[in-house]
Design a protein around this ligand. Structure first.
Ligand code: SF4
Ligand code: SF4
Length: 381
């Protein structure tokens, strides 16, 4: 590539970083493509079936750790970070109110896949305008790419025990994107130190104990996987711990001390949509399919489809306190419900009935206890 010989690659890297910043990325790093040190961990994760039903994870095999097998000609990866934490995140307010549907904070605005991929494509085109022989391919949260390993190599941050990338200044509330490229750009210093230390807060807080060991997440137990990726019937044992999380889960990031001072997003596209933020379960469950498609247009939530949306909300309604409205809504939904939705509706109705029963028996128990005390008899009399 004679064109390459006439260009100062260090200057090009400076330009690429400036262009990326101008496009709205907060951090940019460049890595080579040798991810061989991650192959053993990847294989063991797959061998343990921790990928659950995500067959595409397994089908890509070691290609995930070998970028040049995925996109021939790739010699470098440009890794980018874009912060997504919206203002008014209202974590506690919404998580602690069981009648509100909690949506993972990254999913309240516009679909990040589209936002990041468009910007990465523009970055690639800009590089191409300088060097016509440039070939590139953008990836955003894409199954065949080991994005956290790449980010670590590109100096973006270290991989925390929850398996997400952490940065000392930015915490972990950010998206990662990658531009595979055929230019031998000078690489950045990799992140070699991790700063989790003795902390294990994310392992302890995880509602479903999905972080089975530091750095190892069993997707089959993870609420993000269960509410988004998983198409089937959610195992009963995991429904209660899901609480009111109807799309994704933020708990392991929320507890992380590195997120205490994480910056807010500069991207208006990631600001919450009113129809999704802090809405009651009853209101969200009342949407018909047309309303779901309208309200989630351009949102990542649309990808899961109407059935999984209702499945997730049914579980949350089962977990909420007794409310006659829930029983009515769930019972009405039984009519014509598919094999995936039905067991969740039935389970949620049962949970609601159980709570209604407890409400009826509790006053009776209290009355009996008071009478017993008044009579001065032992409580078990
Ligand atoms: S996203 Fe939630 S369920 Fe998944 S590992 Fe983190 S805390 Fe656990
Ligand atoms: S909560 Fe603690 S262990 Fe988990 S990622 Fe954050 S610093 Fe690391």
């Amino acid at each position: 590539m004679s064109e390459l010989q006439s260009i100062d690659l260090y200057k090009l890297v400076d330009d690429i970083k400036a262009w990326a910043n101008a496009l709205g990325f907060q951090q940019v790093g460049i890595s080579d493509i040798d991810l061989s040190q991650h192959e053993a961990a990847l294989q063991s994760w797959l061998d343990n079936q921790y990928h659950g039903d995500m067959a595409f994870m397994a089908s890509h095999g070691m290609k995930r750790a070998r970028p040049a097998e995925l996109v021939p000609g790739t010699v470098r990866v440009i890794s980018v970070r874009m912060d997504y934490l919206p203002p008014d995140a209202s974590f506690a307010k919404h998580l602690n109110n069981p009648d509100i549907g909690y949506v993972s904070r990254y999913a309240l605005g516009r679909d990040y896949h589209k936002v990041l991929r468009n910007k990465l494509k523009r970055l690639g085109e800009k590089i191409q305008s300088e060097l016509a022989n440039t070939q590139f391919r953008p990836f955003v949260d894409s199954a065949p790419v080991l994005e956290h390993a790449i980010a670590e190599k590109a100096g973006i941050g270290w991989t925390g025990k929850h398996s997400l990338t952490l940065n000392k200044q930015a915490g972990s509330w950010f998206f990662l994107g990658e531009l595979f490229i055929n230019l031998p750009l000078p690489v950045d210093e990799p992140t070699t130190e991790e700063h989790c230390g003795t902390c294990t807060a994310c392992l302890t807080i995880c509602p479903t104990q999905a972080i089975v060991a530091p750095y190892v997440v069993d997707a089959r137990r993870c609420i993000s996987y269960l509410t988004i990726e998983y198409d089937g019937v959610i195992p009963e044992a995991l429904r209660k711990p899901m609480g009111n999380r109807i799309y994704g889960c933020d708990d392991c990031q929320l507890i992380c001390p590195w997120n205490r001072y994480a910056p807010l997003t500069e991207e208006a596209d990631f600001h919450p949509r009113k129809v999704l933020h802090g809405q009651s379960l009853a209101a969200l469950f009342s949407w018909d399919e047309h309303t779901f498609l309208t309200n989630t247009e351009g949102s990542p939530i649309r990808r899961i489809g109407f059935t999984k949306w209702r499945r997730n909300i049914s579980v949350a309604m089962g977990n909420a306190g007794y409310d006659e409205r829930y029983v009515t809504l769930l019972t009405e939904a039984l009519y014509g419900a598919c094999d995936v939705l039905r067991p969740h509706l039935e389970w949620a109705i049962q949970q609601q009935q159980q709570k209604a029963g407890e409400m009826l028996t509790r006053p009776r128990q209290i009355t009996r206890l008071v009478r017993t005390i008044e009579k001065g008899l032992p409580r078990d009399a």
